[in-house]
Design a protein around this ligand. Structure first.
Ligand code: SAH
Length: 220
């Protein structure tokens, strides 16, 4: 990918990105590190070219297969909440999708593990993240219900799809002192912050959200 494409022009320029960051501030995002990464991450690279001019609007956009790239506010908010416990070494993401949230996490944590259940999305995300030369990322085609046991425990877990009930494997793979940010529910969803203190699991409801469902199995 050439420099020109990455840095963007017109509707994908740095000025347009900075306007998005201003909006995120107005919406209540406070973590300066997160805001800086949002300003530096080329979201237009993660959507189809035909939608690139809308990449810095604060909305979810279709990425095919009935899925969406998450709204920038949601990505920033979930990242901010995840980071509020201090620096993170290992983070597991469920639902790579376009790879955008993965790219936002990459400069903020030591290592990102991300799983996606839809093969074509997973492949495209892998290509994009490789082009961006983000090297602390491991991706896998897998059903997130199983987590990533060989790589865990994780001090951060972030899910971009909403299960009705949090899979036990994810709770099991949350490290002591770890934090999980996950939307939970069917039609009505709540963004939950789950923290572990020894054997004690605490659940805190944060805000109403609207995510795609967390689905079982793989789609090849
Ligand atoms: N953060 C991504 C969000 C993509 S939408 C982005 O900004 O692009 C959520 C993704 O979760 C979809 O791609 C969907 O296929 C995936 N997903 C849903 N259930 C899953 C599961 N059980 N395991 C892995 N991925 C899952």
């Amino acid at each position: 990918m050439n420099e020109h494409l990455l840095s963007g022009i017109g509707m994908t320029s740095q000025r347009t990105r900075n306007r998005l960051v201003q909006r995120l501030r107005q919406s209540g995002i406070e973590d300066e590190q997160v805001l800086m990464v949002m300003a530096n991450t080329p979201r237009h690279v993660f959507v189809d070219e035909a939608l690139a001019h809308r990449a810095y609007e604060d909305t979810a956009l279709p990425i095919g297969h009935g899925q969406t790239i998450s709204q920038p506010y949601t990505v920033a908010r979930m990242t901010e909440v995840l980071m509020q416990g201090g620096p993170l070494r290992k983070v597991l993401e469920i639902g790579t999708g376009s790879g955008y949230q993965t790219a936002v996490l990459s400069p903020l944590v030591d290592k990102v593990y991300s799983v996606e259940r839809i093969a074509p999305l997973q492949k495209r995300a892998q290509q994009r993240l490789r082009q961006l030369q983000l090297r602390n990322i491991s991706l896998k085609l897998s059903d997130g219900s199983w987590g990533w046991p060989e790589a865990g425990p994780f001090d951060g877990i972030l899910a971009a799809a909403a299960p009705e009930v949090i899979p036990q494997a994810l709770l099991d793979q949350l490290a002591d002192g770890g934090r999980m940010v996950i939307p939970v529910g069917g039609e009505q969803q709540t963004l939950m912050l789950i923290t572990r203190d020894g054997d004690n699991i605490e659940r805190q409801a944060l805000e109403s959200v609207n995510f795609v469902p967390f689905l079982p199995g793989l789609l090849r």
